[in-house]
Design a binder for this molecule. Sequence first.
Ligand SMILES: [Zn+2]
Length: 441
Amino acid sequence: MKLLKKIGKVLGYSIVSLLSILLIAFLILFAKPLWHRWVTYPKAQRDLEAFQTRHREVTPVVSSKVFRGLLHLHSYWSHDSKGTLYDLVTAAKLRGIDFLFLTDHPHGSQDSFPRGFKGLYEGVLIEPGSEKEGFDSWPIRDTAVVDWKLGKDTVAKVVTQNGGIVFYAHTEEPHNWKNPYFQGMEIYNYHSNILQKKHLFPILTDFLINGSKYRAWAYRTVFDRQTSILARWDSLNTRRKVVGFGATDEHENVNFRARLLKDGRVLWTGIDTKPMDTVKVSFKNRWLFSNPDPDGYVFKWMIINTYETSFNNDVNYVFADTLSVPEMRKQLLAGHHFMAFKFLGDAKGFCYFASDKQGKTLGIMGDSIRVADIGSLKAVSPYPGKFRIVKDGKEMTSTTNESYDFSWDQPLTKGAYRLEVEVKPGKEWQPWVYTNPIYLY
Ligand SMILES: [Zn+2]
Protein backbone atom coordinates (compact mmCIF):
# COMPACT_ATOMS: atom_id res chain seq x y z
CA MET A 1 0.00 0.00 0.00
CA LYS A 2 2.80 2.30 1.02
CA LEU A 3 4.53 1.70 -2.31
CA LEU A 4 1.34 2.41 -4.24
CA LYS A 5 0.88 5.65 -2.33
CA LYS A 6 4.45 6.62 -3.10
CA ILE A 7 4.01 5.88 -6.80
CA GLY A 8 0.79 7.88 -6.81
CA LYS A 9 2.54 10.81 -5.16
CA VAL A 10 5.44 10.73 -7.64
CA LEU A 11 3.00 10.47 -10.54
CA GLY A 12 1.01 13.40 -9.18
CA TYR A 13 4.11 15.55 -8.80
CA SER A 14 5.28 14.60 -12.29
CA ILE A 15 1.96 15.59 -13.85
CA VAL A 16 1.87 18.90 -11.98
CA SER A 17 5.50 19.62 -12.97
CA LEU A 18 4.84 18.77 -16.60
CA LEU A 19 1.73 20.94 -16.71
CA SER A 20 3.66 23.79 -15.06
CA ILE A 21 6.47 23.48 -17.60
CA LEU A 22 3.92 23.48 -20.46
CA LEU A 23 2.15 26.50 -18.99
CA ILE A 24 5.43 28.39 -18.55
CA ALA A 25 6.50 27.48 -22.11
CA PHE A 26 3.10 28.64 -23.42
CA LEU A 27 3.37 31.91 -21.52
CA ILE A 28 6.94 32.50 -22.75
CA LEU A 29 5.96 31.83 -26.38
CA PHE A 30 2.65 33.65 -26.28
CA ALA A 31 3.24 36.35 -23.64
CA LYS A 32 3.64 39.14 -26.17
CA PRO A 33 0.71 38.17 -28.40
CA LEU A 34 -1.46 37.75 -25.29
CA TRP A 35 -0.39 41.19 -24.07
CA HIS A 36 -1.31 42.51 -27.52
CA ARG A 37 -4.68 40.75 -27.32
CA TRP A 38 -5.71 42.06 -23.93
CA VAL A 39 -3.86 45.38 -23.68
CA THR A 40 -2.11 46.83 -26.76
CA TYR A 41 -4.55 46.12 -29.57
CA PRO A 42 -7.83 46.93 -27.79
CA LYS A 43 -6.29 50.28 -26.75
CA ALA A 44 -4.93 50.88 -30.27
CA GLN A 45 -8.39 50.10 -31.69
CA ARG A 46 -10.12 52.50 -29.26
CA ASP A 47 -7.59 55.22 -30.08
CA LEU A 48 -8.04 54.64 -33.81
CA GLU A 49 -11.83 54.83 -33.56
CA ALA A 50 -11.52 58.11 -31.61
CA PHE A 51 -9.10 59.45 -34.23
CA GLN A 52 -11.46 58.48 -37.06
CA THR A 53 -14.26 60.61 -35.59
CA ARG A 54 -12.10 63.55 -36.67
CA HIS A 55 -12.76 62.81 -40.35
CA ARG A 56 -13.82 65.85 -42.33
CA GLU A 57 -15.16 66.19 -45.83
CA VAL A 58 -12.73 67.81 -48.25
CA THR A 59 -13.70 70.05 -51.15
CA PRO A 60 -12.15 68.38 -54.22
CA VAL A 61 -9.14 70.16 -55.67
CA VAL A 62 -9.53 68.67 -59.16
CA SER A 63 -12.53 67.43 -61.11
CA SER A 64 -11.21 63.84 -61.47
CA LYS A 65 -12.74 61.05 -59.45
CA VAL A 66 -10.63 58.95 -57.08
CA PHE A 67 -10.49 55.16 -57.44
CA ARG A 68 -9.01 52.81 -54.89
CA GLY A 69 -7.03 49.91 -56.21
CA LEU A 70 -4.50 47.20 -55.67
CA LEU A 71 -1.48 46.39 -57.78
CA HIS A 72 0.44 43.16 -57.33
CA LEU A 73 -1.74 40.41 -55.94
CA HIS A 74 -2.43 36.80 -56.77
CA SER A 75 -5.38 34.54 -57.49
CA TYR A 76 -5.94 30.83 -58.19
CA TRP A 77 -4.07 31.26 -61.46
CA SER A 78 -0.78 31.41 -59.50
CA HIS A 79 0.64 28.09 -58.33
CA ASP A 80 0.75 29.45 -54.79
CA SER A 81 -2.73 30.89 -54.37
CA LYS A 82 -6.27 29.54 -54.28
CA GLY A 83 -7.97 32.94 -54.41
CA THR A 84 -11.22 32.76 -56.34
CA LEU A 85 -13.29 35.42 -58.07
CA TYR A 86 -15.76 35.22 -55.20
CA ASP A 87 -12.94 35.80 -52.65
CA LEU A 88 -11.50 38.75 -54.60
CA VAL A 89 -14.77 40.50 -55.38
CA THR A 90 -16.22 39.96 -51.90
CA ALA A 91 -13.14 41.47 -50.24
CA ALA A 92 -12.95 44.31 -52.78
CA LYS A 93 -16.58 45.28 -52.23
CA LEU A 94 -16.20 45.09 -48.46
CA ARG A 95 -13.20 47.44 -48.55
CA GLY A 96 -14.39 49.83 -51.25
CA ILE A 97 -11.76 48.72 -53.75
CA ASP A 98 -12.51 49.69 -57.36
CA PHE A 99 -9.78 47.87 -59.28
CA LEU A 100 -7.48 44.88 -58.90
CA PHE A 101 -4.48 44.56 -61.19
CA LEU A 102 -3.55 40.91 -60.69
CA THR A 103 0.02 39.66 -61.08
CA ASP A 104 -0.33 35.89 -61.28
CA HIS A 105 2.83 33.86 -61.78
CA PRO A 106 2.95 32.56 -65.36
CA HIS A 107 2.76 28.81 -65.99
CA GLY A 108 5.59 28.81 -68.51
CA SER A 109 7.85 31.08 -70.50
CA GLN A 110 5.14 31.73 -73.10
CA ASP A 111 2.76 33.87 -71.11
CA SER A 112 -0.46 34.54 -73.00
CA PHE A 113 -3.17 37.08 -72.24
CA PRO A 114 -5.91 37.40 -71.28
CA ARG A 115 -5.90 34.71 -68.63
CA GLY A 116 -7.59 34.30 -65.28
CA PHE A 117 -10.05 37.13 -64.74
CA LYS A 118 -10.44 40.20 -66.93
CA GLY A 119 -13.27 42.70 -66.91
CA LEU A 120 -15.78 44.29 -64.61
CA TYR A 121 -17.17 41.97 -61.93
CA GLU A 122 -19.94 43.47 -59.78
CA GLY A 123 -18.35 46.88 -60.29
CA VAL A 124 -14.79 45.72 -59.54
CA LEU A 125 -12.39 46.15 -62.46
CA ILE A 126 -9.94 43.25 -62.77
CA GLU A 127 -6.98 43.16 -65.14
CA PRO A 128 -4.66 40.16 -65.44
CA GLY A 129 -0.91 40.66 -65.31
CA SER A 130 2.20 38.72 -64.55
CA GLU A 131 4.78 38.59 -61.80
CA LYS A 132 8.06 37.10 -62.96
CA GLU A 133 11.73 38.05 -62.87
CA GLY A 134 10.99 40.86 -60.41
CA PHE A 135 8.39 42.50 -62.67
CA ASP A 136 4.80 43.47 -62.07
CA SER A 137 3.70 43.66 -65.69
CA TRP A 138 0.37 44.13 -67.40
CA PRO A 139 0.47 43.76 -71.20
CA ILE A 140 -3.10 45.24 -71.33
CA ARG A 141 -3.68 44.24 -74.98
CA ASP A 142 -6.28 41.55 -75.54
CA THR A 143 -4.07 39.07 -77.36
CA ALA A 144 -0.64 39.63 -75.89
CA VAL A 145 1.99 36.93 -75.58
CA VAL A 146 4.94 37.67 -73.34
CA ASP A 147 7.97 35.57 -74.17
CA TRP A 148 10.04 35.49 -70.98
CA LYS A 149 12.84 33.63 -72.79
CA LEU A 150 13.78 36.96 -74.42
CA GLY A 151 15.29 38.13 -71.12
CA LYS A 152 13.71 40.57 -68.76
CA ASP A 153 15.19 43.79 -70.16
CA THR A 154 13.82 42.90 -73.59
CA VAL A 155 10.46 41.91 -72.09
CA ALA A 156 10.26 45.34 -70.43
CA LYS A 157 10.93 46.99 -73.78
CA VAL A 158 8.42 44.86 -75.72
CA VAL A 159 5.63 45.16 -73.13
CA THR A 160 5.93 48.92 -72.65
CA GLN A 161 6.36 49.69 -76.35
CA ASN A 162 3.14 47.75 -77.02
CA GLY A 163 1.14 49.82 -74.56
CA GLY A 164 1.61 47.72 -71.44
CA ILE A 165 2.93 48.47 -67.97
CA VAL A 166 6.16 47.27 -66.36
CA PHE A 167 6.77 48.12 -62.74
CA TYR A 168 9.50 46.67 -60.57
CA ALA A 169 8.31 44.31 -57.83
CA HIS A 170 10.17 43.38 -54.63
CA THR A 171 12.37 46.44 -54.84
CA GLU A 172 14.43 45.29 -51.85
CA GLU A 173 16.02 42.88 -54.32
CA PRO A 174 18.56 43.67 -57.08
CA HIS A 175 17.17 45.06 -60.34
CA ASN A 176 18.60 46.66 -63.44
CA TRP A 177 17.85 50.20 -62.28
CA LYS A 178 19.35 51.60 -65.48
CA ASN A 179 16.78 49.87 -67.69
CA PRO A 180 14.99 52.82 -69.33
CA TYR A 181 11.74 50.88 -69.91
CA PHE A 182 10.46 50.16 -66.42
CA GLN A 183 7.96 52.83 -65.46
CA GLY A 184 7.43 52.43 -61.75
CA MET A 185 8.36 50.55 -58.60
CA GLU A 186 6.90 49.25 -55.40
CA ILE A 187 7.59 51.61 -52.52
CA TYR A 188 5.93 49.29 -50.04
CA ASN A 189 5.26 45.56 -50.28
CA TYR A 190 3.71 43.79 -47.31
CA HIS A 191 5.16 40.42 -48.29
CA SER A 192 8.67 41.91 -48.58
CA ASN A 193 8.18 43.53 -45.20
CA ILE A 194 7.52 40.11 -43.65
CA LEU A 195 10.51 38.57 -45.45
CA GLN A 196 12.79 41.30 -44.05
CA LYS A 197 12.15 39.98 -40.53
CA LYS A 198 14.91 37.97 -38.86
CA HIS A 199 12.41 35.89 -36.90
CA LEU A 200 9.06 34.78 -38.28
CA PHE A 201 7.91 32.91 -35.18
CA PRO A 202 6.75 36.05 -33.28
CA ILE A 203 4.70 37.06 -36.34
CA LEU A 204 3.10 33.63 -36.47
CA THR A 205 2.23 33.60 -32.75
CA ASP A 206 0.81 37.11 -32.99
CA PHE A 207 -1.49 36.08 -35.84
CA LEU A 208 -2.42 32.83 -34.10
CA ILE A 209 -3.63 34.72 -31.04
CA ASN A 210 -4.86 37.91 -32.70
CA GLY A 211 -5.77 36.95 -36.27
CA SER A 212 -9.47 36.59 -35.63
CA LYS A 213 -10.06 39.84 -33.77
CA TYR A 214 -7.12 42.17 -34.43
CA ARG A 215 -5.68 41.05 -37.76
CA ALA A 216 -5.22 44.64 -38.97
CA TRP A 217 -3.10 45.43 -35.92
CA ALA A 218 -1.07 42.26 -36.35
CA TYR A 219 -0.44 43.47 -39.92
CA ARG A 220 0.60 46.84 -38.54
CA THR A 221 3.02 45.26 -36.07
CA VAL A 222 4.86 43.82 -39.09
CA PHE A 223 5.25 47.30 -40.62
CA ASP A 224 8.73 48.83 -40.97
CA ARG A 225 9.55 52.15 -42.57
CA GLN A 226 11.11 51.25 -45.95
CA THR A 227 13.92 53.78 -45.74
CA SER A 228 16.31 52.28 -48.27
CA ILE A 229 13.58 51.56 -50.84
CA LEU A 230 12.34 55.14 -50.57
CA ALA A 231 15.92 56.42 -50.91
CA ARG A 232 16.32 54.35 -54.07
CA TRP A 233 13.06 55.71 -55.45
CA ASP A 234 14.08 59.30 -54.69
CA SER A 235 17.41 58.80 -56.34
CA LEU A 236 15.81 57.38 -59.51
CA ASN A 237 13.42 60.31 -59.68
CA THR A 238 16.30 62.78 -59.80
CA ARG A 239 17.08 61.30 -63.24
CA ARG A 240 13.67 60.41 -64.69
CA LYS A 241 10.10 59.79 -63.70
CA VAL A 242 9.59 56.48 -61.89
CA VAL A 243 6.17 56.22 -60.28
CA GLY A 244 5.78 54.66 -56.85
CA PHE A 245 2.95 52.51 -55.52
CA GLY A 246 1.96 50.17 -52.71
CA ALA A 247 1.92 46.40 -53.36
CA THR A 248 -0.07 43.97 -51.27
CA ASP A 249 1.46 40.87 -52.87
CA GLU A 250 -1.53 39.09 -51.39
CA HIS A 251 -1.77 35.35 -52.05
CA GLU A 252 -4.13 34.50 -49.21
CA ASN A 253 -2.15 31.29 -48.85
CA VAL A 254 -1.04 30.92 -45.26
CA ASN A 255 -4.11 28.99 -44.29
CA PHE A 256 -5.86 25.63 -44.20
CA ARG A 257 -8.87 25.01 -46.41
CA ALA A 258 -11.23 22.16 -47.14
CA ARG A 259 -13.23 21.98 -50.35
CA LEU A 260 -16.19 19.75 -51.06
CA LEU A 261 -15.58 17.60 -54.14
CA LYS A 262 -18.20 16.37 -56.59
CA ASP A 263 -18.01 12.84 -55.18
CA GLY A 264 -18.92 14.14 -51.71
CA ARG A 265 -15.42 13.84 -50.27
CA VAL A 266 -13.45 16.79 -48.95
CA LEU A 267 -10.00 17.92 -50.16
CA TRP A 268 -7.74 19.48 -47.56
CA THR A 269 -5.09 21.99 -48.66
CA GLY A 270 -2.46 23.55 -46.42
CA ILE A 271 0.11 26.32 -46.40
CA ASP A 272 1.04 27.57 -49.87
CA THR A 273 -2.05 25.74 -51.22
CA LYS A 274 -0.36 22.32 -50.96
CA PRO A 275 -2.90 19.45 -51.19
CA MET A 276 -2.80 17.40 -47.98
CA ASP A 277 -5.49 14.74 -47.95
CA THR A 278 -8.86 13.78 -49.38
CA VAL A 279 -11.27 12.48 -46.75
CA LYS A 280 -14.78 11.16 -46.49
CA VAL A 281 -17.28 13.25 -44.55
CA SER A 282 -18.32 11.27 -41.50
CA PHE A 283 -19.73 11.85 -38.04
CA LYS A 284 -16.11 12.27 -36.84
CA ASN A 285 -15.31 15.34 -38.94
CA ARG A 286 -18.71 16.71 -40.01
CA TRP A 287 -18.76 19.24 -37.14
CA LEU A 288 -15.72 20.97 -38.72
CA PHE A 289 -17.49 21.87 -41.93
CA SER A 290 -19.94 24.64 -42.71
CA ASN A 291 -22.17 24.97 -45.75
CA PRO A 292 -20.09 25.29 -48.94
CA ASP A 293 -19.39 28.83 -50.17
CA PRO A 294 -19.90 29.53 -53.92
CA ASP A 295 -16.55 27.86 -54.64
CA GLY A 296 -17.32 24.79 -52.57
CA TYR A 297 -15.16 25.64 -49.56
CA VAL A 298 -16.55 24.21 -46.35
CA PHE A 299 -13.65 25.14 -44.08
CA LYS A 300 -11.15 28.01 -44.01
CA TRP A 301 -8.71 28.79 -41.26
CA MET A 302 -6.92 31.95 -42.32
CA ILE A 303 -3.78 32.16 -40.23
CA ILE A 304 -1.91 35.25 -41.45
CA ASN A 305 -2.82 37.09 -44.63
CA THR A 306 -6.26 37.62 -46.09
CA TYR A 307 -7.66 39.61 -49.00
CA GLU A 308 -10.05 41.20 -46.55
CA THR A 309 -7.22 42.67 -44.46
CA SER A 310 -4.72 43.47 -47.18
CA PHE A 311 -7.42 45.27 -49.20
CA ASN A 312 -7.59 47.66 -46.25
CA ASN A 313 -3.83 47.97 -45.80
CA ASP A 314 -1.58 49.65 -48.42
CA VAL A 315 -4.10 50.86 -50.97
CA ASN A 316 -3.46 53.01 -54.06
CA TYR A 317 -5.70 56.01 -54.69
CA VAL A 318 -5.78 56.98 -58.35
CA PHE A 319 -7.15 60.24 -59.77
CA ALA A 320 -9.01 59.31 -62.95
CA ASP A 321 -12.11 60.17 -64.95
CA THR A 322 -13.52 56.69 -65.47
CA LEU A 323 -13.00 53.20 -64.13
CA SER A 324 -11.49 51.55 -67.18
CA VAL A 325 -8.20 49.79 -67.88
CA PRO A 326 -6.89 52.35 -70.45
CA GLU A 327 -7.72 55.19 -68.07
CA MET A 328 -6.10 53.43 -65.10
CA ARG A 329 -3.01 52.73 -67.19
CA LYS A 330 -2.79 56.37 -68.23
CA GLN A 331 -3.15 57.71 -64.69
CA LEU A 332 -0.86 55.10 -63.12
CA LEU A 333 1.91 55.98 -65.57
CA ALA A 334 1.27 59.69 -65.02
CA GLY A 335 1.86 59.21 -61.29
CA HIS A 336 -1.56 60.68 -60.51
CA HIS A 337 -1.82 58.55 -57.39
CA PHE A 338 -0.69 58.05 -53.84
CA MET A 339 -0.71 55.13 -51.45
CA ALA A 340 -2.25 55.12 -48.01
CA PHE A 341 -2.58 52.66 -45.18
CA LYS A 342 -6.34 52.67 -45.44
CA PHE A 343 -7.19 50.97 -42.18
CA LEU A 344 -5.77 53.99 -40.31
CA GLY A 345 -8.22 56.19 -42.19
CA ASP A 346 -9.68 56.17 -45.68
CA ALA A 347 -7.66 58.75 -47.62
CA LYS A 348 -10.36 59.57 -50.19
CA GLY A 349 -10.39 63.36 -50.36
CA PHE A 350 -6.66 63.68 -49.84
CA CYS A 351 -4.80 65.60 -52.53
CA TYR A 352 -1.25 66.89 -52.99
CA PHE A 353 -1.06 69.65 -55.56
CA ALA A 354 0.76 72.74 -56.79
CA SER A 355 -0.69 76.17 -57.20
CA ASP A 356 0.53 79.39 -58.75
CA LYS A 357 1.11 82.63 -56.85
CA GLN A 358 -2.58 83.57 -57.24
CA GLY A 359 -3.68 80.25 -55.76
CA LYS A 360 -4.78 78.63 -59.03
CA THR A 361 -4.15 74.87 -59.17
CA LEU A 362 -1.39 74.01 -61.66
CA GLY A 363 -1.29 70.25 -61.23
CA ILE A 364 -1.30 67.33 -58.84
CA MET A 365 1.17 64.60 -57.84
CA GLY A 366 2.87 63.13 -60.86
CA ASP A 367 2.70 66.39 -62.84
CA SER A 368 5.63 68.42 -64.10
CA ILE A 369 5.44 72.17 -63.51
CA ARG A 370 7.73 75.04 -64.46
CA VAL A 371 9.63 76.60 -61.57
CA ALA A 372 8.72 80.03 -62.95
CA ASP A 373 4.99 79.25 -62.56
CA ILE A 374 4.92 77.68 -59.11
CA GLY A 375 3.62 79.52 -56.07
CA SER A 376 3.32 76.79 -53.47
CA LEU A 377 3.02 73.08 -52.82
CA LYS A 378 -0.18 72.23 -51.01
CA ALA A 379 -2.19 69.38 -49.57
CA VAL A 380 -5.65 68.85 -48.18
CA SER A 381 -6.56 65.84 -46.09
CA PRO A 382 -9.70 64.26 -44.62
CA TYR A 383 -7.73 63.48 -41.43
CA PRO A 384 -5.33 65.70 -39.51
CA GLY A 385 -1.69 64.77 -39.91
CA LYS A 386 1.92 65.82 -39.98
CA PHE A 387 3.26 66.68 -43.46
CA ARG A 388 6.79 66.15 -44.72
CA ILE A 389 8.17 67.29 -48.07
CA VAL A 390 11.05 65.26 -49.48
CA LYS A 391 12.94 66.77 -52.41
CA ASP A 392 15.28 64.42 -54.31
CA GLY A 393 15.69 62.35 -51.15
CA LYS A 394 16.23 65.25 -48.75
CA GLU A 395 13.71 66.42 -46.20
CA MET A 396 12.84 70.05 -46.96
CA THR A 397 10.21 70.72 -44.36
CA SER A 398 8.22 68.83 -41.78
CA THR A 399 5.26 70.18 -39.85
CA THR A 400 5.05 69.34 -36.16
CA ASN A 401 1.42 69.99 -35.35
CA GLU A 402 -1.60 68.11 -36.62
CA SER A 403 -3.34 69.85 -39.48
CA TYR A 404 -5.84 69.11 -42.26
CA ASP A 405 -4.09 71.46 -44.69
CA PHE A 406 -0.58 72.01 -45.79
CA SER A 407 1.02 74.79 -47.78
CA TRP A 408 4.69 75.41 -48.45
CA ASP A 409 5.88 78.39 -50.43
CA GLN A 410 9.59 78.63 -49.69
CA PRO A 411 11.67 79.43 -52.77
CA LEU A 412 11.28 76.34 -54.92
CA THR A 413 13.93 75.10 -57.33
CA LYS A 414 14.13 72.26 -59.85
CA GLY A 415 13.60 68.78 -58.44
CA ALA A 416 11.12 66.06 -57.50
CA TYR A 417 9.05 66.95 -54.44
CA ARG A 418 7.06 64.19 -52.80
CA LEU A 419 4.92 64.34 -49.69
CA GLU A 420 4.56 61.97 -46.74
CA VAL A 421 1.81 62.26 -44.18
CA GLU A 422 1.81 60.69 -40.75
CA VAL A 423 -1.19 60.47 -38.46
CA LYS A 424 -1.37 60.00 -34.72
CA PRO A 425 -4.15 57.72 -33.57
CA GLY A 426 -2.95 57.30 -29.99
CA LYS A 427 0.54 58.09 -28.79
CA GLU A 428 2.59 57.27 -31.87
CA TRP A 429 2.89 58.90 -35.25
CA GLN A 430 2.19 56.35 -37.97
CA PRO A 431 3.07 56.65 -41.68
CA TRP A 432 -0.21 56.97 -43.54
CA VAL A 433 0.22 58.53 -47.00
CA TYR A 434 3.07 58.48 -49.54
CA THR A 435 2.46 60.53 -52.68
CA ASN A 436 4.14 60.51 -56.05
CA PRO A 437 6.35 63.56 -56.59
CA ILE A 438 5.49 66.85 -58.25
CA TYR A 439 8.36 67.52 -60.66
CA LEU A 440 9.58 71.11 -60.93
CA TYR A 441 11.62 71.90 -64.02
ZN1 LIG B 1 3.77 38.41 -55.75
